[in-house]
Design a protein around this ligand. Sequence first.
Ligand SMILES: C[S@@+](CC[C@H](N)C(=O)[O-])C[C@H]1O[C@@H](n2cnc3c(N)ncnc32)[C@H](O)[C@@H]1O
Length: 197
Amino acid sequence: MHPESDMYVEGETRWSGEPNGALIDLVGQLGLANNPGTAVDFGCGEGADAVWLAQQGIAVTGVDPSPIALAQAKSAADAAGVEVSLVEGYAPEALTGTWDLVVGMYAPVHSDPVKLGALLGAVAPGGHLLFVHHEMPEDFFEGVDWRGDFLFPRELAKRLPESEWEILVDEVRARRVIPGASAHHVSDELLVARKKS
Ligand SMILES: C[S@@+](CC[C@H](N)C(=O)[O-])C[C@H]1O[C@@H](n2cnc3c(N)ncnc32)[C@H](O)[C@@H]1O
């Protein structure tokens, strides 16, 4: 499936509804929980991570092109009694501000320098970029023509100039697997980088 194709079906839940274990660990590691600030979760999907971030006292915006997913995210936020600002659109075009924390959980990051520059520009000076994606075996990409159009976390780490970014986490970790459409993936690539002020 192309990373930007619509993966949701009206009336069906695709993901687990649980916040991601790696996100929880990384936010804890960074000391961001209960630290009032702003975050955007691009590719927020059904909103479990955005809701969890909001529960940590962070003002969260969720961005996703799928109206079906955003409707689920709205229901999840309402059920949790938290406010999440939801924007229908594609990153980086829909990221029209700056945030203390820019989160991408299994979301597409474009390798195109202009699009990548726009995504990185959404991180406020001194803020953090947190990007997690599955560690994919190379044979997964056999026959796909878009492999080079997108970056995975380890590739993105190599594109961040040392003069502008401090890399805090650049590693592969075993996933805490929760039932859902991605339960077959066993390890994730994790990147956390701080934009120098
Ligand atoms: C694999 S899902 C991950 C969803 C969610 N982050 C999670 O972990 O459950 C990828 C999400 O990215 C969204 N997406 C696709 N292209 C996008 C883009 N250019 N900008 C933002 N989101 C995008 C999809 O609609 C989908 O919700």
